[in-house]
Design a protein around this ligand. Sequence first.
Ligand SMILES: Cc1cc2nc3c(=O)[nH]c(=O)nc-3n(C[C@H](O)[C@H](O)[C@H](O)COP(=O)(O)O)c2cc1C
Length: 144
Amino acid sequence: MEIFKLIYTSMATCTVDNNVLSSIEAVAGEVNADLHVTGALLYSSKHFVQLLEGDRNDVEDIFEKICRDDRHKNIIVNLRASSDERLFPFWSMAVIDLDATENELEYSDLWNSIDLSKAIREKTAGVFMDLFSRLSIRVGQCVC
Ligand SMILES: Cc1cc2nc3c(=O)[nH]c(=O)nc-3n(C[C@H](O)[C@H](O)[C@H](O)COP(=O)(O)O)c2cc1C
């Protein structure tokens, strides 16, 4: 089956604490799981970067809802592409708060290796694909 991938970046409009991320994780855990949409959501200093992967219509439907969510703004699509495999087959949505102390050490090398504003500005999809590819190897076999 062809796997459609969508990556976007956005900016939080509210204080993003554990409650906000847990509520996103809970909804995604139900909705995405039902549609067999998988992916990862990273949060760091007001920025979200999310990868959604699955059937094209399902991914676009979920993304439409996400776009209407007033907890973030400046939503910029970085990548819409098809491939033949998932990066996060075991994750309805791996939500990682890079500002949390316990994650800072574990994932900071991934995040710090990218120039976020440059990647957003220049829409360099390869930067985010590379980030998610490397992340998928780290979270690999975990089931959320
Ligand atoms: C950054 C961000 C990422 C989100 N990711 C997802 C997601 O992967 N799946 C999902 O169903 N909802 C996600 N949501 C929540 C949706 O925006 C929305 O609140 C949820 O789907 C419920 O929509 P509804 O009330 O229209 O049914 C996300 C929200 C934000 C702010």
